[in-house]
Design a protein around this ligand. Structure first.
Ligand code: NAP
Length: 246
């Protein structure tokens, strides 16, 4: 088992990519702490994970709120003693053309996607430094590499996550903590379900492998990066997009 008895904290883990990562880690023996902003879905994920024979604690927290982030991490440390793996997955979109984008649309996306990643990294790093090891996996996006029409806020937030990943990797390397990012392409989840069929077909035309990604495609990559198999990899962005960006 790749993650036997490791404690992994996943943000935004009640559905989509986060849920799939939590289940993939559980199948490899990790105990889970799953956090999400709303309680719906969390209880189901707990049951699914516990059915795999590992422990799972669930936490309601908004990744943009420092107090909630700190309290969540403290509770996990009080009960579990340490956090071995952090997956910063929680993220949102609020698409609009720049000329029409409101300040609140900009602020919300930057706050959840980028500040949330910073706050959880900051809260968890002390425990990892104390342990002398750790794995942080940040879920970025190919849009953070190439930009996209109507997604200035989202692309800036994910480019920020990539830059944060590299800075954190440099800061924590001497403490044996590896920090990497995954840049997914078009993955079938609730986030992409809302897109118009015409846009989906256009996106599909730009994917050389000829299919949309599955949440499990991202989970497999996260599993690798969180495991000992990736001990000599840090500061990298792994693109998982069926060849969209190359
Ligand atoms: P999703 O299905 O919308 O799931 C996102 C999860 O994050 C939801 O459970 C959501 O909770 C939670 N969340 C939202 N705001 C939060 C907050 N402030 N605090 C805590 N949790 C919060 O999206 P997904 O497709 O799985 O995306 C997961 C990650 O992958 C995101 O970072 C996204 O940007 C990235 N990504 C996705 C794609 C894609 O094609 N799907 C591509 C590239 C990157 P609620 O349901 O309660 O709002």
């Amino acid at each position: 088992m790749l993650l036997k008895d490791r404690l992994a904290l996943i943000t935004g883990g009640s559905r989509g990519i986060g849920r799939e990562i939590a289940l993939a880690f559980a199948r490899e023996g990790a105990n889970l702490a799953v956090c999400d902003i709303s309680p719906e879905g969390l209880e189901n994920v707990r049951k699914e994970i516990e059915a795999l024979g590992v422990k799972c604690e669930i936490y309601e927290a908004d990744v943009q709120k420092k107090e909630q982030v700190d309290q969540t991490v403290q509770k996990i440390l009080d009960t579990q003693g340490r956090i071995d793996i952090l997956v910063n997955n929680a993220g949102v979109t609020k698409d609009n053309l720049i000329a029409r984008m409101s300040e609140s649309e900009w602020d919300l996306v930057l706050s959840i996607n980028l500040k949330g990643t910073f706050l959880f990294t900051k809260a968890v790093c002390r425990s990892m430094i104390r342990e002398g090891r750790g794995k942080i996996v940040n879920i970025a996006s190919v849009i953070g590499l190439v930009g996209n029409l109507g997604q200035a806020n989202y692309s800036a937030s994910k480019a920020g996550v990539i830059a944060l990943t590299k800075s954190a990797a440099r800061e924590f390397a001497r403490k044996n903590i590896c920090v990497n990012a995954i840049a997914p392409g078009f993955i079938e989840t609730q986030m992409t379900q809302a897109l118009q069929e015409e846009m989906k077909q256009k996106a599909l035309g730009g994917i050389p492998l000829g299919r949309f990604g599955k949440a499990s495609d991202i989970a497999e990559t996260a599993l690798f990066l969180a495991s000992d198999k990736a001990d000599y990899i840090t500061g990298q962005v792994i693109v998982v997009d069926g060849g969209m960006v190359m």
